[in-house]
Design a protein around this ligand. Sequence first.
Ligand code: SDX
Length: 435
Amino acid sequence: MEAKGKVTLNYGPDKNLDLPTYGGSIGPDVFDIRALYGKTGMFTYDPGFMSTASCQSRITYIDGDKGVLLYRGYPIEQLAVHCDFLEVCYLLLNGELPKKAEKEKFDWTVTRHTMVHEQLARLFQGFRRDSHPMAVMVGVVGALSAFYHDSLDINNPEHREISAFRLIAKLPTIVAMAYKYNMGQPFIYPKNDLGYTANFMRMMFAVPAEDYVVNDVLVRALDRIFILHADHEQNASTSTVRLAGSSGANPFACIAAGIACLWGPAHGGANEAALQMLMDIERDGGVAKVGEFIKKAKDKNSGVKLMGFGHRVYKNYDPRAKLMQETTREVLDALGLHNDPLLKLAMALEKIALEDEYFVSRKLYPNVDFYSGIVQRALGIPTSMFTCIFSLARTAGWIAQWNEMISDPEQKIGRPRQLYVGPTQRDVVPIAKRI
Ligand code: SDX
């Protein structure tokens, strides 16, 4: 990388250090601190990595102030309208949108990896039926590495490619199996004559007792939801996948680590928490209770947050939230649920929050999770499955980011340092003398 300029750090009397700066294609410049510790004996201090670029990337760009989200340069608003999810997977993995023949080959290959090893199905028996499906997902996806010894050499591009296909293809099957296991219904095998998302919906909702009728409007809506969740720069779970991958761990273990991180309510678990929040307000009195709830969400001591609101990067409206709201309306209209009380409540909550100084001054806007629970619930997806759906979609982005990390000559094993504030050295007193 060619330096764009430099910054000079003054770290003591007559102690100056020049640090090179680099510029990207768009977005903030960086200054390179790799020489800092060696030259100054000091670390940077940045809990939560609020001001830290962990890598170079060509995959996703976010402008939090303008509410812009680009996958490989294409605006999310255009991808959500003109593409299907597998097209976006291809884009994230390869950097370009596929031509017709490339798309057909990609879809054909993904389709033929949708089945899982029959022994994997037996793995589910070890879980309680009422296990949270995300606990099952972490376990089963991590266990995939026990089945694919033939493709675990991360330095072999062919192994990385087949692992990418296996993960993108099998995540829907595993998510559907987690749901069926929880419901006590038999697993439904994938069908190769169905598209990716239709196949997933059939594996989720079909029963052996009757034929499953694909609803194209609902399939298109869920496919768009997958697109909106596919990648998002260096978020917590993507950073987890990169960090796990930096040690040389196999892709299945890395994706399982990403799923574990995404589960948290501050991250991918927020969609489940946001819908629960809306249902609780609805139960307690609906729109009439919004003011009381907002008051609690503003009170630090209440332990209550307006789930689905706020974002580390977006200090404007999350573009995905707008698209999610549109998709929610489409689905509710298609299902004749024009007066869904939760949508009305969500919109009332959003309106009041966006007029409230507390949220305005902190630039807290709806994020991707605020509406996604309402539309997924309308699609028949239970609340506990929302983050599984998020994991399914984000697997494409996680793999693209993992691949980029593996191929990046600058990458080393990730190993941050710390500001130590614990006890200085002291001697052990044997227990017999410890009073
Ligand atoms: C995702 O990173 C990504 O890209 C993630 C994601 C992706 O696609 O991968 O976009 C997906 O995780 C979306 C975010 C989902 N999480 C939620 O909706 C949970 C609710 N949101 C918050 O927990 C919070 O907004 C975060 C975690 C999303 C962001 O937290 P930050 O950047 O660390 O900001 P913060 O917690 O320091 O908040 C700044 C201020 C604080 O108040 P002050 O200390 O300044 O007085 O805003 C307040 C916070 O208390 N605040 C909220 C709030 N979010 C922040 N107050 C009430 N309700 C909220 N939702």
